[in-house]
Design a protein around this ligand. Structure first.
Ligand SMILES: [Zn+2]
Length: 306
């Protein structure tokens, strides 16, 4: 894994070798989230738009040189990634936008974007020879880990607040996970999961703690770059589950620029711009607010219908 140079603490900037720490900066405990640092000059010699164009693999593993895994690590057999982008002209018109595309992450094996992260979790856990992988979840992250683990016969334990939707809990049980229903909130489930992982040496997949999960999620942005032939500017408005996700998707196009130092600083046009519902005073804010209004309207209509 010579392409990963270090794990860098987002608080103090301390850098660690990937084999030196497992999850967080030791100076900052659970708050010390670390960011994976890469040798992009080296990676640029291993992958390029030309090699990508010639690669028939449409899954996230087409970006293997850009992922924090060993070059020879086995990967789960399920088809993760390679999801289509749809033009959504009527939705765009309703929102007052010229162009709008929707990336259909419902095509993932467990039907959510979280499969991208969980695929990396399974590879990292198996690189470390972990007997059990664990996560806390209110639904999709657990289902994703559960599905990916089932595909390779990997034992796993999922901590779920007992208020989680029954359909999601059923999905975990169908995939064969050990499910622990927690009397409490998601945060209680997260804490209990973290304690169990420390106590029993289980591999902890929780996003916002495990530095590698976001590295799987960034593949969605690489795909979008490729689907737009790395040229067309666009806005990115993730339908998000947790607050950590949007910055990470934003990270990938930024990195794809750095990976091609011979190209201009940013692609022609407005550039791939991250937008989310919390931005204000820019196009992203307008898009976010419009989507939020639409979601509220649907929710209200749904409540009235039942
Ligand atoms: Zn630190």
């Amino acid at each position: 894994m010579d392409h990963v140079t270090s794990l860098k603490c987002l608080i103090c900037g301390a850098e660690y070798r990937p084999d030196e720490i497992e999850y967080v900066c030791p100076h900052h405990g659970d708050e010390g989230i670390v960011d994976v640092q890469y040798d992009y000059a080296l990676i640029g010699r291993r992958i390029s738009p030309r090699t990508l164009a010639a690669n028939p693999d449409s899954t996230i593993w087409r970006y293997r040189p850009l992922l924090p895994i060993r070059p020879d690590s086995p990967v789960p057999p399920l088809t993760v990634g390679g999801t289509p982008l749809y033009r959504a002209d009527r939705l765009a018109a309703g929102l007052g936008l010229k162009h709008l595309w929707v990336k259909d992450e419902g095509r993932e094996p467990s039907a959510s974007f979280k499969d991208r992260a969980s695929a990396i979790a399974v590879v990292k856990a198996q690189e470390r020879g972990a007997e059990i992988i664990t996560t806390s979840s209110t639904g999709n992250a657990g289902a994703a880990l559960s599905a990916l683990c089932a595909s390779v016969g990997q034992k796993n334990v999922i901590f779920v607040p007992e208020s989680a939707p029954p359909a999601k809990i059923t999905q975990l049980l169908v995939y064969g996970s050990t499910v622990i229903l927690v009397r409490g909130t998601y945060d209680d489930a997260f804490e209990l999961c973290a304690q169990a992982a420390k106590e029993f040496g289980w591999y902890n997949r929780n996003t916002g703690y495990n530095p590698y999960m976001t590295e799987g999620k960034k593949t969605a942005a690489y795909e979008i770059c490729e689907q737009f032939t790395m040229q067309v500017g666009a806005g990115l408005a993730p339908a998000r589950g947790r607050v950590q996700e949007p910055p990470l998707q934003w990270d990938a196009p930024d990195r794809s620029d750095r990976r091609h130092p011979q190209r201009p600083e940013r692609p022609a046009g407005p550039g791939l711009e991250h937008q989310d519902a919390e931005d204000h005073g820019c196009a992203g804010g307008r898009l976010g607010r419009a989507l939020r209004r639409m979601a509220h309207r649907h929710q209200r209509d749904g409540n009235e219908a039942h």
